[in-house]
Design a protein around this ligand. Structure first.
Ligand SMILES: Cc1cc2nc3c(=O)[nH]c(=O)nc-3n(C[C@H](O)[C@H](O)[C@H](O)COP(=O)(O)OP(=O)(O)OC[C@H]3O[C@@H](n4cnc5c(N)ncnc54)[C@H](O)[C@@H]3O)c2cc1C
Length: 349
């Protein structure tokens, strides 16, 4: 069987590689090996209820039911913990949100994700300022993305199916039967390039709406609080005791590396309002979320180049979505399983 060539070892490419590995399909995963990428800096959070409208994220339950065993399996295989279950607290931002929530929480779809009788007070008043109250969610947590990616890479490297390189489109020779790169032949090339795929001549018609974001790594004494706390900004205590704080969301930007000082100042203000204890910022990282309009994740084949496949648009939810969409793509490529309606990249040309 001809190997597959995967471009990019972020959350998308890594999940595709694992699904191929599981099916015993040979592959080579090629990555630029950049120190900062969306997948490497992400907080890796997954929380069921987000946004201003306090709605349950679409398909959350089924995506989680697929993601948890996927990551647990890799933990057993690689002998390392990556996935950390943590309840999440959502604080009300104003006096109107509690009444909106009172209606929302009656929804039978929402109930399984809400802690009916959380410990009261919800948060330590010496640490958090929570004048409007809030609620606690179950089935939330975070993936230590950097550790998961590094351990996966080490595993694939040992098998000889990982390589560092920056693949340029002119280096790829694609014809009806195969793909060639650096003198090697592949059955297919799978683009998992993140937001930069929108600049690639073969995918510049995909309606990307990439969102730059900055995330902080800090220290501070939350007096034992281990839940994820969200109040516009969020704070999450990692296993190693450091805090992740985030994140900004910028749809207009020139460079993937810079940041908007006004947005960052806003984040600092939010954190100052939320936390009564001092925090020391140790690091600040900026990367670009690969978002496609209407928050869609798209998979499939290039409409004119049948040996060119694609997975992109994980947006702000790469942890939860990558295992599912990578499986759907692999089942489509190997078994001819149909792509769910609205998720076929070719439908966007
Ligand atoms: C600040 C911030 C916070 C976030 N927080 C969360 C969160 O809490 N929870 C969550 O689920 N998601 C979060 N995300 C989103 C999450 O990071 C993305 O959904 C996910 O990382 C996308 O993965 P990807 O593999 O599609 O893209 P990427 O991570 O961008 O990976 C693409 C890879 O392809 C490589 N590459 C690109 N071009 C080439 C080439 N030509 N040749 C070789 N390699 C190439 C890149 O180097 C990179 O390694 C956050 C993102 C940001 C920026």
């Amino acid at each position: 069987m001809e190997p597959r060539l995967i471009i990019g070892q972020g959350l998308a490419g890594t999940a595709v590689a694992w699904h191929l590995w599981q099916r015993e399909v040979p592959f080579l995963i090629v990555d630029r090996d950049e120190p900062v990428t969306s997948s490497k800096v992400a907080a890796g959070l997954f929380t069921p209820i987000t946004g201003m409208r306090l709605t349950l994220n679409e398909g959350y339950g089924s995506r989680l039911a697929e993601a948890v065993p996927f990551y647990r399996h890799k933990e057993r295989l690689l002998g390392q913990r990556f996935l950390h279950a943590r309840p999440a607290v959502r604080l009300f931002k104003n006096a109107e949100e509690p009444s909106r929530w009172a209606k929302r929480m009656l929804d039978p779809a929402v109930k399984p994700f809400v802690q009916a009788h959380p410990r009261l007070p919800l948060l330590n008043a010496e640490v958090f300022d929570a004048p409007n109250g809030g609620f606690q969610m179950k089935h939330a947590g975070y993936l230590d993305t950097a550790a998961y990616l590094a351990a996966s890479r080490a595993f694939f490297e040992k098998l000889g199916c990982w390589q560092a390189a920056d693949i340029r489109s002119e280096e790829l020779a694609v014809d009806a039967d195969k793909v060639a790169w650096e003198g090697r032949s592949f059955g297919e090339v799978i683009f998992c390039q993140g937001w930069e795929a929108g600049r690639h001549p073969w995918f510049d018609w995909v309606p990307f709406a990439p969102a730059r974001g900055t995330i902080l790594t800090a220290s501070g004494d939350l007096q034992g609080e281990r839940r994820i706390v969200n109040c516009g900004c969020w704070v999450a205590a990692r296993e190693d005791g450091m805090l992740r704080i985030g994140s900004t969301y910028e749809l207009k930007f020139d460079s993937p590396h810079g940041f908007d000082p006004a947005k960052l100042a806003e984040l600092y203000q939010q954190i100052k309002r939320l936390l009564k204890v001092p925090v020391v910022i140790h690091d600040q990282q900026t990367a670009v979320r690969p978002t496609i309009t209407q928050q869609r994740t798209l998979i499939g084949r290039h409409p004119a180049k049948r040996r060119v496949a694609f997975l992109n648009g994980l947006g702000s939810k790469g942890t939860l979505l990558a295992p599912h969409f990578a499986r759907r793509l692999v089942e489509y490529l190997l078994d001819g399983e149909p792509i769910p309606a609205g998720m076929d990249v070719a439908g966007n040309l």
